[in-house]
Design a protein around this ligand. Structure first.
Ligand code: UDX
Length: 438
């Protein structure tokens, strides 16, 4: 089957590469010639474990190619996926659909025969119907259907999520489009991964509801964590204790400095807007957004307390700035709120992140980048674990403590325990949702 993927951002590239690995012929299109040049040279513009090897394999097999020429890529395609960005629109929190609609119009003009135009970008309920109108208007003779096919990929685990999904969601209006989508995902059908075929609006809603639910789960445990600290409970025990109830489940119950990333902040805010527009305010989601912002501020106060009430003149080593490990993505990372507050308060910041420096340099001015946690801790007053990279899970805590002028650690991902920290010689250790002091 010939598939065209418009947009080689995170979702587009991972999906395009994985579809080609299913055995389909995939052409990925992007307007940015530098990106296409890079891809054609075998370089992957994003950091995603395993993507480079899978891309190389399928390019070599002749099933995967990259171009800036949308018209030639769409010619003869049975399915055209739109995977362009839907950033949060400034001012009103809505998802900005400019890129999606522009892509739909261009695709319409390039269609040469029946094709299914599939939206992979996360779009508000009703967008696929609008795509249909835009295409029909731009090319009244076009023979096509639209489909909604939201993605549920986690950065850092995207290939595995694509190849072994909990489910694939497909929204269609016709059997013909349903058949094309089924053919595309046949390798997964054959391996018994569930595919949910539904209407357009339900498919669009599933994506928002799933992400908002997960963001709620994290925010719930973060709020419980704050209470645990006050009453002397341990949030890790609480998570385990509630997570073993099958109805709750143990995933997404890790307390931390608040969720970030390219999806949860954007999708919760878009869902809240959709609710307001339809006069059905999503009060839980609105509260989740507010509480998640407050979690980051609570972390700043925790750090201030550890610095005896003021950051001024303190040397602080921050380990991890990406929104989670195994990615170079800094979008809406808690570090973007926390680090500037430390710098603004007069602290000298040393930052270590295995992948974050390239993006982080522009986003976090006034910090000193290092590649070694022990060097960063040299004569420091406080070490903050902000992202749970494996590199930071197995530190020699004794060595780290010895390097510091005042051995104190704020472990905002609960990677270590108060006992580990005490044994290693830390004077103070604080984490999230647990009694901290050594
Ligand atoms: C998420 C969804 O998981 C995915 O299905 C969707 O398609 C895109 O958004 P992603 O943003 O890559 O994926 O990361 P995820 O692993 O879900 O983590 C999101 C944020 O929540 C991170 O900042 C992470 O640190 C935080 N988180 C996650 C917690 O604080 N606690 C948890 O228990 C889980």
């Amino acid at each position: 089957m010939k598939i065209t993927m418009i947009g080689t951002g995170y979702v587009g590239l991972v999906s395009g590469v994985c579809f080609s690995d299913f055995g389909h012929d995939v052409i990925c299109v992007d307007k940015d010639p530098r990106k296409i040049e890079m891809l054609n040279a075998g370089e992957v513009p994003i950091y995603e474990p395993g993507l480079d090897t899978l891309m190389e394999k399928n390019v070599e097999a002749g099933r995967l190619s990259f171009t800036t020429d949308l018209a030639s890529a769409v010619d003869g395609a049975e399915a055209v996926f739109i995977a362009v960005g839907t950033p949060t629109r400034r001012g009103d929190g809505h998802a900005d659909l400019t890129y999606v609609m522009a892509a739909a119009e261009e695709v319409a003009q390039a269609l040469t025969g029946y094709a299914v135009i599939v939206t992979k970008s996360t779009v508000p309920v009703g967008t696929n119907r609008k795509v249909k109108q835009v295409v029909a208007k731009a090319n009244p003779a076009a023979e096509f259907d639209v489909a909604s096919n939201p993605e549920f990929l986690r950065e850092g685990a995207a290939i595995d999520d694509f190849m072994r999904p909990d489910r694939v969601v497909v929204g269609v209006q016709t059997d013909r489009a349903g058949d094309v989508m089924a053919e595309i995902y046949r390798p997964l059908f054959l391996r018994d991964f569930p595919i949910i075929t539904t209407d357009l609006e339900s498919a669009e809603m599933i994506k928002y509801a799933a992400n908002a639910f997960l963001a709620t789960k994290i925010t719930f445990i973060n709020e419980i964590a704050a209470l645990c600290e006050r009453v002397g409970a341990d949030v890790k025990e609480v998570s385990k204790g509630i997570g073993l109830d099958n109805r709750i489940g143990n995933k997404f119950l890790h307390a931390g400095p608040g969720y970030g990333g390219s999806c949860f902040p954007k999708d919760t805010s878009a869902l809240a807007r959709i609710g307001q527009d339809h006069a059905v305010p999503q009060q839980i989601v609105e509260t989740v957004i507010r509480v998640n912002d407050a979690v980051k501020l609570r972390m700043i106060e925790k750090l201030r307390d550890m610095c005896d009430g003021s950051f001024n003149g303190k040397t602080i080593a921050v380990l991890g700035v990406t929104f989670k490990p195994n990615t170079d993505d800094m979008r809406d990372a808690p570090s973007l709120t926390i680090v500037p507050a430390l710098v603004g308060g007069g602290a000298k910041l040393r930052v270590v992140d295995p992948q974050g420096q390239r993006e982080g340099e522009a986003l976090l001015p006034g910090v000193h980048w290092l590649d070694d946690p022990y060097k960063a801790a040299q004569n420091a007053d406080l070490v903050v674990v902000l992202t749970e990279w494996n590199e930071f899970r197995a530190l020699d805590l004794k060595k780290l403590a010895r390097k510091m002028s005042t051995p104190r650690m704020a472990d905002l991902r609960n990677v270590y325990s108060p006992r580990d920290a005490k044994r290693a010689g830390f004077d103070a250790y604080e984490s999230v949702g647990r009694k901290g002091a050594c």
